[in-house]
Design a protein around this ligand. Structure first.
Ligand code: HEC
Length: 118
């Protein structure tokens, strides 16, 4: 009986660990993050990064899951729309004239910490 209980508890804690939100990057780590894809990396360096890798700009920090999770819940279509149209202090197209909608989608996934489709 005790063994069953312990096994159950272990399984529960493993599940809880799997869902744990990873910690936000430090400002130094945030500056080093870049998309794996070369095209996205160059677009990111010349646009989104200026705000999204700098704390205090009001922009959700790259890979900061706590900052992104609520926004992510709106759905990718809304996030894409907010990126193209602009949203509060976020400028339309994120100051990236060369970005296509699919680039924006890749950049949003990268910044929100969802580049690996789970
Ligand atoms: C000039 C600064 C700036 C740049 C450049 C910028 N952003 Fe933002 N972004 C912001 C700010 C500030 C917010 C937070 C707006 C708010 O919720 O008040 C934001 C929020 C967002 C959001 C969340 C919108 C929502 O619905 O919650 C997305 C998605 C986003 N940015 C994508 C991008 C992408 C992609 C790029 C590059 C192509 C980019 N941003 C470039 C400042 C910037």
């Amino acid at each position: 009986m005790r063994a069953v209980l312990l096994t159950g508890l272990l399984a529960l804690s493993l599940v809880a660990c799997g869902q744990k939100v990873p910690p936000a990057p430090t400002p130094e780590q945030a500056l080093l993050l870049t998309p794996a894809d070369a095209r996205l990396a160059s677009l990111y360096e010349t646009s989104c990064k200026a705000c999204h890798a700098t704390p205090d700009t009001g922009a959700p920090l790259v890979h900061d899951r706590a900052a992104w999770d609520l926004r992510w819940k709106q759905g990718e279509a809304v996030l894409l729309d907010h990126t193209i149209q602009g949203f509060k202090a976020m400028p339309a197209s994120g100051q990236c004239a060369a970005c296509t909608p699919s680039d924006f989608q890749g950049l949003i996934r990268f910044m929100a910490g969802r580049e690996d489709p789970a």
